[in-house]
Design a protein around this ligand. Structure first.
Ligand code: F0G
Length: 381
């Protein structure tokens, strides 16, 4: 159902070639995912399972730019202000709406934490069961707390996220996906919701940024955002496309390695390691879609170390008042590298997708992020 029986590839939603949508008219609606309803693959008659997702702030960076020593127009799209504190809510509102309408008993996801929190909340809202499969010891405390609070059934597996995802595949094979509908990001409906980040950026700026920097784990989000920009382009709503940059943690960088080696097979990492637990993934299922997105957009994949992530997290917090979790901080660390390498120049407009809220992972803040801040020579007040 989720995988093409012919080529074994992931399915993708193909939108109609013409569409009745105008940004002007849409702007009379609440800012958020459902403002762009005509650009989403759902019948008008369906009532979304919604918690007011999307419509997140686009915050321009100011004081932190001293770190890169250049005046560049950079914005952070702060996805931490979604209902459960991460971008996952954009996809979950669409995915759970579909699940509810096809009449399943519940949903099931493997997760490094944010998908679990989001799935649990939207399932609760829809009156569905929610089973989350988590890597034992690999999920930040805030995320587990959320999944518990929203009443998810938690199953832990030994290993990393990739093992948890295997477990979900098994579960779905056994029961045919009828009882528990799988809502990981290989499910194309979720990516449809996630593409609305692109719509919101264009909607708010009224132009297309030059570069969009995205943390990459299972590689769904970067693919979804690129799809969003491409659709706006195909409808004639924008006349250029941004470069997409995927950032991975150095110890969990299957796509950055694949990119560097210039190969067409995924360079899988058996035992991924990083402090950014959200993106501690060695075999991203959406790897091919993500590779195509970066290739088509003339972007790149880069890696950042755990120390760079922690320093970036601290910098965004003390210089801008923006609190993000480690995976999201990879974008600022990656941005700094790209400026130093002259991949990004002064005239560009850059958007960093800050995917999750700082409170998702309080232990990393308390135990690590503050101590390691000296990497940017921060004077801590
Ligand atoms: N940032 C955060 C905060 C995430 O939680 C994730 C993924 C990503 C970035 C990467 O997005 O997987 O689409 O490339 N979290 C998933 C989860 C894996 O289970 O919550 P991706």
């Amino acid at each position: 159902m989720i995988i093409c029986p012919r080529c074994r590839g992931l399915l993708e939603v193909v939108m109609p070639t013409t569409i009745n949508f105008s940004m002007e008219a849409a702007r009379t609606r609440r800012f958020g995912v459902w403002r762009y309803r005509e650009l989403l693959p759902l019948d008008d008659g369906i009532t979304p399972v919604s918690l007011g997702e999307g419509g997140t702030p686009l915050i321009s960076l100011t004081r932190s730019l001293n770190i890169v020593n250049k005046a560049i127009n950079v914005y952070v799209k702060f996805e931490g202000s979604n209902p459960t504190g991460s971008f996952k809510d954009r996809g979950m509102t669409v995915g759970v709406t579909i699940a509810k309408n096809i009449g399943v008993e519940g949903i099931i996801v493997a997760s490094t934490g944010n998908t679990a929190a989001s799935a649990a909340a939207y399932a609760a809202r829809a009156g569905l069961r929610c089973v989350v499969v988590l890597p034992k010891g690999g999920v930040a405390r805030g995320k587990i707390a959320q999944a518990l609070l929203y009443g998810a059934e938690i199953k832990e597996v030994d290993g990393v996220f990739d093992d948890a995802l295997e477990e979900v595949f098994m579960e779905v094979v056994i029961n045919g996906g009828r009882r528990l509908y799988p809502l990981n990001s290989y499910n194309p409906w979720r990516l449809e919701g996630q593409k609305t980040v692109a719509f919101e950026i264009v909607d708010e700026l009224s132009f297309v940024p030059d570069t969009v920097i995205v943390p990459v784990g299972n590689a769904g989000n970067i693919s979804a955002i690129w799809k969003g920009f491409k659709e706006l382009y195909s409808y004639g709503l924008i006349n250029k496309l941004p470069k997409m940059v995927g950032v991975q943690a150095a110890g969990a960088a299957p796509l950055a390695m694949t990119w560097k080696l210039g190969i067409d097979e995924l360079y899988a990492i058996e035992n991924p390691q990083t402090i950014a637990s959200a993106i501690k993934i060695g075999k991203p299922v959406n790897w091919l879609k993500a590779l195509r997105a970066v290739r088509e957009s003339n972007g790149t994949f880069i890696t950042v170390t755990d120390d760079e992530i922690l320093a970036a997290m601290r910098a965004l917090a003390v210089f801008e008042g923006i609190g993000v979790e480690p995976a999201s901080a990879t974008t600022f660390a990656g941005f700094k590298k790209l400026v130093e390498d002259n991949f990004i120049d002064r005239s560009e407009v850059v958007v960093l997708i800050a995917t999750g809220h700082a409170l998702k992972d309080p232990d990393t803040i308390v135990n690590k992020a503050i101590i390691r801040a000296e990497h940017y020579n921060l004077i801590v007040k």
